[in-house]
Design a protein around this ligand. Structure first.
Ligand code: PY5
Length: 295
């Protein structure tokens, strides 16, 4: 497997980081998760531009200078996929990190390194639906950490949440924010359907501004299902007609149980999951522009 590191393709064993990297020690880094789908004729990266733009925004939020422009990073993603000659679905992980070893916290003026790895990847969550637990860990508040950035350190919050959910026998966590509103999963945004109305928490509730969330809002509009961005109470999730997670890794995954209360997989979830699948495979003409062919 070849990995792109600072402009060069190297064998995966050579893509190493010093143990004193401040990114490893302190969580000062930003990353992305992108999927590419093998559609039989070609490999297509889904919404590459939007993912690269978010990486740059995340870096800007944490004050990290990146040595590459948007177009160069897009080309680098395509380059690493070609170099590995993938002919199956893959997950792409770009990460910007500080390679220079140092003990101190002063990261001013240090140029970041960027690595882009890609691995064959199937389903992230159980496609038949997941059981969730509303966990005691709250989603980090934006007064404490820059939660709009997809920053490495923030994922300790996600890991604690997921460990708790698994310990309670659930497949995935649902996190509340500091105000007690439902915000997201450990690595997914969430949608709730009640009485035919599709809702999802607003960005200002402290969610990651998901690209799949935005995609699903657009696709729901096509299906005549407007989405209301509003705060969601825990009890609204308990009394949902349908609920589902969305994310690059999760795609559209139904939630089939919340804190021991069963939920049905409903028609809105099923329709959106099917439509999303058609779109990522390039079968919906008007969204072909979201796909970047690799070969
Ligand atoms: N919320 C969080 C906390 C996330 O980590 C992710 C993505 C999302 C929402 C959904 O964002 P998007 O739709 O832009 O992907 N999580 C990663 C992913 O690739 C996985 C992290 C393990 O889906």
């Amino acid at each position: 497997m070849k990995i792109w590191v600072d402009g060069r393709l190297v064998e995966e064993g050579e893509a190493r980081v010093h143990v004193l990297s401040p990114t490893l020690n302190y969580g000062y880094g930003v990353f992305e998760g992108i999927r590419a789908y093998w559609a039989g004729d070609n490999l297509y990266v889904f919404r590459l531009r939007e993912h690269v733009e978010r990486l740059l925004r995340s870096a800007r939020i944490i004050g990290m200078a990146l040595p590459y422009a948007e177009r160069e990073l897009e080309a680098a993603v395509v380059e690493v996929l070609r170099a590995n000659n993938f002919r199956e679905d893959v997950y792409i992980r770009p990460i910007a990190y500080i390679a220079k070893p140092q003990i101190g916290l002063d990261v001013r003026g240090i140029e970041a390194s960027i690595a882009i790895a890609a691995v064959p990847f199937g389903k992230y969550l159980k496609p038949g639906g997941v059981k969730v637990a509303v966990v005691s860990w709250r989603r980090a508040h934006s007064s404490m950490l820059p939660v709009m950035a997809k920053a490495t350190g923030i994922y300790l919050n996600s890991i604690m949440a997921l460990l708790e959910a698994k310990a309670r026998g659930a497949d995935e966590a649902v996190l509340l924010n500091a105000e007690g509103k439902v915000v997201e999963g450990s690595g997914e945004n969430i949608f709730v359907v009640r009485r035919g109305l599709l809702t999802t928490p607003p960005v200002e509730d402290g969610i990651l501004e998901g690209i799949t969330r935005e995609t699903v809002i657009t696709l729901a509009g096509d299906l005549g299902l407007p989405v209301l961005e509003k705060s969601i109470a825990r009890e609204e999730l308990y009394t949902a007609d349908e609920a589902f997670f969305v994310g690059t890794a999760a795609e559209v995954t139904p939630i089939i149980e919340v804190d021991g209360r069963p939920l049905q997989i409903g028609p809105i979830t099923t329709k959106l999951a099917d439509y999303y699948r058609q779109v990522v495979l390039g079968r919906v003409e008007k969204y072909r522009g979201w796909l970047t062919p690799v070969y």
